[in-house]
Write a protein that binds this ligand. Structure first.
Ligand SMILES: C[S@@+](CC[C@H](N)C(=O)[O-])C[C@H]1O[C@@H](n2cnc3c(N)ncnc32)[C@H](O)[C@@H]1O
Length: 354
């Protein structure tokens, strides 16, 4: 396929996902307003000029995604990677659950777990119905619906946002260029259903990949999705990111996507310190998470509404938190940040051995 045709196909593919997300949200909120008018009053209406700016940011994000593929940071095929059969299979369930989710949200039942769900041993900050998900992160059903929910939330841009970690990762790993790729170890902290590891595998076909998460259900889903792709299966381990079960200085690179806004402030610091501990001297740590207030005050309406509509108890604190200071406190140096659409990226380096 010629480059122009591939780019057009990619843009059409993304537009399809975007329309799907929009239509779902419009129809969903109309039904919600009918059934639970009080919920419709939560969050502020996004003004048209902000919507326009958001669309411009999406266009820039997709252009960066295309450019990185063209430059060979990852293969073009990764641009079209999408769990279609999973999406079609689980979309009806996502719709069927909406009335129950609205009811719970109206009653402000945010720590609501079915009796059959094992909640012992998890930190209390984790036992929340994040995004109003039934049983939070602790059920197979929640794991089946998660990727679809995130795609709808971001109008199909979740994977393009995740892929923005790949270019800084490649750049950071140049420090270990003398090693063959199969000797490179990359850890994804809070890997969830494995989407980021799937993207990393596309860019690093031979590296040894590792993933940890607290949720056994999400790890099961990750295992299922990752075993479909060629290359060695990433090693997945259930663990709290506050106590990573790895040796000091073990990984050439560590990544974490969409975790930090779901942690209380003190836990954010502990997790960053753990990531520092397991990174090799000279290695790189790449975080992708939500934009923060100082990055885009013009999007304050969306940032203020988000935690109200999708139960996100630590988000308000996160958007004003100084993660660069936290990274420096842990020992990282040479820290840079970048913003793409609604995501912010922190790239930090562990000082090399003298
Ligand atoms: C918003 S999801 C992000 C998942 C994935 N990284 C992605 O890109 O979609 C947050 C993930 O963090 C995990 N998590 C939350 N607190 C954690 C902790 N203390 N230790 C390990 N995983 C945690 C959850 O189980 C969930 O899978």
């Amino acid at each position: 396929m010629s480059d122009t045709l591939t780019k057009l196909t990619y843009q059409t593919f993304q537009q399809g996902k975007s329309y799907f997300g929009l239509v779902h949200k419009i129809l969903g909120s109309q039904l919600m307003n009918l059934m639970h008018p009080s919920l419709g009053k939560r969050g502020k209406r996004i003004p048209p000029e902000v919507l326009l700016k958001l669309q411009q940011r999406i266009n820039q994000l997709l252009e960066s995604d295309w450019q990185d593929a063209e430059k060979g940071v990852y293969p073009e095929s990764l641009l079209f990677d999408n769990p279609w059969s999973d999406f079609f299979r689980h979309y009806p369930m996502l719709c069927l659950e909406l009335p129950e989710i609205w009811k719970r949200s109206e009653q402000k039942r945010y720590q609501d777990f079915s009796p059959e769900v094992e909640t012992d041993g998890y930190p209390s900050y984790f036992l929340q119905n994040f995004h109003n998900q039934i049983n939070g992160y602790l059920s197979d059903n929640s794991a089946n619906l998660y990727d679809l929910q995130v795609e709808i939330l971001f109008n199909g841009t979740a994977d393009p946002m995740r892929r923005r970690i790949l270019s800084p990762l490649k750049l950071g790993l140049q420090a270990f260029d003398s090693l063959p790729q199969r000797k490179i170890r990359i850890l994804d902290v809070a890997c969830g259903t494995g989407r980021t590891l799937r993207m990393i595998r596309g860019a690093f076909p031979q590296a040894s990949l590792y993933g940890t998460d607290l949720s056994p259900a999400y790890l099961r889903k990750a295992n299922q999705q990752l075993s479909e792709i060629p290359g060695e299966l990433p090693q997945l381990l259930q663990a709290n990111a506050e106590e990573l079960p790895y040796l000091n200085d073990y990984f050439h690179a560590v990544t974490s996507v969409f975790l930090f806004h779901e942690l209380p402030a003190n836990v954010r610091q502990t997790v960053i310190e753990q990531c520092f501990r397991v990174t090799k001297p000279g290695g790189v740590f790449v975080i992708c998470d939500s934009i923060q207030m100082s990055d885009a005050p013009e999007f304050s309406v969306s940032m203020e509404s988000f935690p109200e509509i999708f139960h996100e108890p630590y988000y308000r604190n996160y958007i004003d938190d100084d993660l660069v200071e936290r990274l420096e406190k842990a020992g990282f140096e040479n820290i840079s940040t970048k913003v793409h659409f609604m995501s912010k990226y922190f790239v930090a380096h562990k000082p090399a051995e003298k």
